[in-house]
Ligand binder design. Sequence first.
Ligand code: AMP
Length: 566
Amino acid sequence: MNAFESLGLQENLVKAVSDLGFENPTPIQLKAIPVLLSGTKDFVGLAQTGTGKTAAFGLPLLQLVEPENRYPQALIVCPTRELCLQICNDLVEFKKYARNIQAEPVYGGASIVMQMRALKKGVHIVVATPGRLIDMIERKAIDLQKVKYVVLDEADEMLNMGFRDDIDFVLKNTLNRESIWLFSATMPPTVRAIAQNYMDHPKEVTVGQKNTANVNIDHQYFITQAHAKFETLKRLIDFNPGMYGIIFTRTKVDAQDITEKLVKEGYTIEALHGDLTQQQRDRVMQRFREKSIELLIATDVAARGIDVEGITHVINYELPDDMEVYTHRSGRTARAGKSGICISICHSRETYKIRQLEKMLNVSFHRLDIPGGKEVCRRQFFHFMDKLKSAEFSHGDYETYLPDLEEKFADVSKEEVLKRIAALEFNHLLKYYENADDLNVRFDRREHRHDQGSQRDASRRADHSSFRSDNGYSKLFINLGTKDGFYKASFLQFILDESNLKKEVLGKIDLREMNSWVEVDRSAAQKMIKSLDGTTHNGRQIRMNEADGPSKRPYEKRKKTYSSNR
Ligand code: AMP
C-alpha cells in the first residue's frame, strides 16, 4: 500500500501527490492527516514552514468537503498574500483529479470585485488573509455560515503581525464550524490563548525543525583564505556597527582564543563555552541580554536554546557540517517575527557545503564580497556621524559651558569642528585600514563558472548568479521583499522614486519574501545602487549590489543610528 494511502487518503489525492513526486509523508503529514481525517474536532499542529504542512491540512480538507455543495465549507486563514496564493496553488495541484472542488484566494492588494465574482460562482474552500476577509464579511460578500473547518495557518506569524482582533472577528463569524485546525511554528501565550478561548480539547502534535530554516533569515557567505578568517571576522564586525550577534566556533579552544584576540584589539566581547561554571555562564548571558556586551562567542553546546530577543547577526566562524547545527545556530536570530542575518565565513573549497545546505534547507545563500578597508571606514564614519547628530543633550548642563565654548571656537568653522571630531574618533581606524588587504578569494574563470553553475543548480527556482545578464541589463540584488510590505507595483515605485530613474530602465523583477532581484539597464545600474544601498526603509538598512558581483557601496546616505561595538 502506498504510504499516503495508508494514512486514509482517497485514491485521487494519493495519485496527485505521487504526480508531485512526494514518495513518503513528512512527519507532520504522518501525524496530522489520519487525525484530521478521523473527524477530530480541534487540532493544533506545531510545525515550521517547509515541513509540508500545507498538504497536512490541505489533503484532508479536499477529502472532507462535499463537492455537491458549492458553498464555503472550509476557510483557511493565513498571514500574507504570498502564502495565500501558495496554499491555493498547492490545493490546485492536490485536487488535480478532483476537479469538482473549487478553492479561491481572497487577499488584499488585488481587485475585490473580481474576488467577489469568483466567490459567487460557488466555492468549497476559501483561502484568505485576515484584512480582506474581514472586508468581505463586512460587505456581506462571503457567507461563512456553513463553514465546517477553519484552518489558522502560521498562527504565530499572524499574531506577530497584529492580526489578533481580526482572528477573533473571523472566529466569531464562523459560529457553525465544527473544527479549528491551528498550525503554528511556535506556541507563545497569544497563540495558546486562541486555543484556550476557541478550541475544545484540541489534539496537539509537534514535529521537529526538520528540513527548514526560518524564512526571515538572510543567509550570506563570504569566501576567504583559511589564514584570513580572523581578519575577515573583524572586518565583518567593523562593517556592521551596532551588530548584536553571536559568533559560533566549533571548539571551546577556538571560542576562547578568538575572544582573547578580539578583546586585545579593543572589542567588547565575551565567550560562552563549556569550561565556564554555570555561574560564569549566567553572568555572561546576563551581560549579553542587557547589551553590556553586544557580541558573544559561543560553542554549539553552550549556546543551546539561547533565546535572546533582537539578535541581528549570527556568524559561523566555521561552517558546520550538519544541517541541524546550522539551523540551530541561524535560528538564534530572526526570532519573534523579526528578520536577521546569518553569515558564514568559508574557504573556497567549502562552497559545496553551501550548496548542500541550500538544498537541504530549501533556501538561497548569497555570496557577498568581504568589504574593503575604505568601505569599513566609511560605514563606521557615517554611523558615528549619525550618532553625533542624534545625541541626546537635553539632560546635561551644557548651556552653562556654551559661552566659553563659543569663545573657544569663535574662529573655527563648523566644517572644521566636524573634521576635528572625526579625526579624534577615526584616525586610529583610518590608519588601521589604510592599506587593508582584499580578503576575498577571487575564483579563476573556470572555477567561477563552476561555482555559478552549481549555484544555479541549487537554487533552481531562479538564476541570480551571473554578474551581468546578457540582455543589456545588470542584475541587482536588494534585501527587500514582500516581507517589507511590498508588492510588485509598490516595489517598482519605491526603487524608481528613490533612484529618480524612469521605469524604462527596468527589466525583469523577481520579488521574493526577503530579497529580490531587479534587472536594470547597465547604464543606470550604478545610479540605482548608489541611490539605494545604505539607505533605510522602515528601519531596515537596504543593501543593494550587483547579484553575486562586487558590491560597490556608496555612503552618501546613512540614516540608521547604531551604537558602536568598540
Ligand atoms: P510546505 O511546508 O507545505 O510549504 O511544504 C514545503 C515543501 O515541501 C513544498 O515545496 C512541498 O511541495 C514539499 N512537500 C510537501 N510534502 C512533501 C512530501 N511528502 N514529500 C516531498 N516534498 C513534500
